[in-house]
Design a protein around this ligand. Structure first.
Ligand SMILES: O=C(O)c1cccc(C(=O)CC[C@H]2O[C@@H](n3cnc4c(=O)[nH]cnc43)[C@H](O)[C@@H]2O)c1
Length: 244
């Protein structure tokens, strides 16, 4: 199984690498860091037998994530793409420190504002506003990591008010989390005919902006624990699906 795992920032990539390999890149100066290029970590099958993963720091937001993912997919062959990182959780289903695995990757603010409300790009007839992961993989990933299995919304602007959170919840009542890269990663994966998965560790509640309430450290620790449990799921899924 060759997986491309895309995060927004290096701290998230470090958490993913730590979860998959049990070591933190800067923790083991004796062996060369797993970074192949600035912002890229190449984990060999030595790190996790059955899984060769590349962790790419793709940047914040859907456009940067799509551009970085598409570039990596054009340069190398993968069998799965994963969008991973921190995200906002929709209370009470996804509290701070919990994990959410997407059963749908939703472009939540890509569309048009009208006098009668928001129309998404699919309703406008200009393409997709939802990408679906392989259902079996998403379910197994959620089960293994203890994550909530729910839609993850991709936005270009972090929700910062109760009204904004209410608007999103009204359109997506089952949503578990909000982040800024998943749909961009999914669009790039779809362009290359590859399956996509998204996992988010909740750093804050979606709603009124309160930076002091963000728990990024707790979320990064949850992300590490999540990938410790997710690695074997990716290996097993790859064994069952790669020959197809
Ligand atoms: O509002 C702020 O001042 C603020 C403080 C810390 C971080 C931010 C971000 O914009 C982080 C965006 C970054 O993290 C992901 N993320 C985390 N929580 C959320 C959220 O509630 N809604 C959307 N994205 C979130 C996101 O994927 C980015 O990579 C702002």
């Amino acid at each position: 199984m060759r997986a491309l795992i895309v995060t927004a920032v290096a701290a998230e990539a470090d958490s993913v690498v730590s979860g998959l390999t049990g070591s933190t890149p800067h923790q083991d100066p004796v062996t060369p860091e797993p970074r192949v290029l600035p912002g890229r970590y190449l984990l060999s099958r030595r790190d996790l037998p059955g899984l060769a993963a590349e962790v790419l720091v793709g940047g914040v937001g859907p456009a940067a994530a799509a551009a970085a993912t598409a570039t990596a997919l054009a340069l190398s062959e993968y069998s799965l793409v994963v969008s991973a990182g921190i995200g906002g959780g929709f209370a009470p289903a996804a509290p701070v420190g919990s994990l959410v695995v997407a059963d749908a990757l939703v472009a939540a603010d890509l569309g048009a504002e009208t006098a009668d409300g928001f129309l998404d790009v699919q309703e406008l007839g200009f393409g997709h506003s939802v990408h679906l992961p392989p259902a079996e993989l998403a379910a197994r990933a959620a089960e293994a990591t203890g994550a909530l299995l729910a839609p993850v919304l991709t936005v270009s602007t972090v929700t910062g008010t109760a009204e904004g959170a209410a608007r999103l919840s009204a359109r997506h009542p089952l949503a578990g989390a909000e982040a800024m890269e998943g749909f961009g990663v999914a669009e790039a994966a779809a362009a290359h005919g590859l399956p996509v998965l998204e996992i988010r560790a909740v750093s804050n509640a979606v709603g009124p902006r309160d930076r002091d309430a963000w728990r990024i450290g707790d979320a990064l620790a949850a992300l590490t624990a999540g990938f410790r449990a997710l690695g074997p799921v990716l290996v097993t899924w790859g064994e069952r699906h790669e020959h197809r």
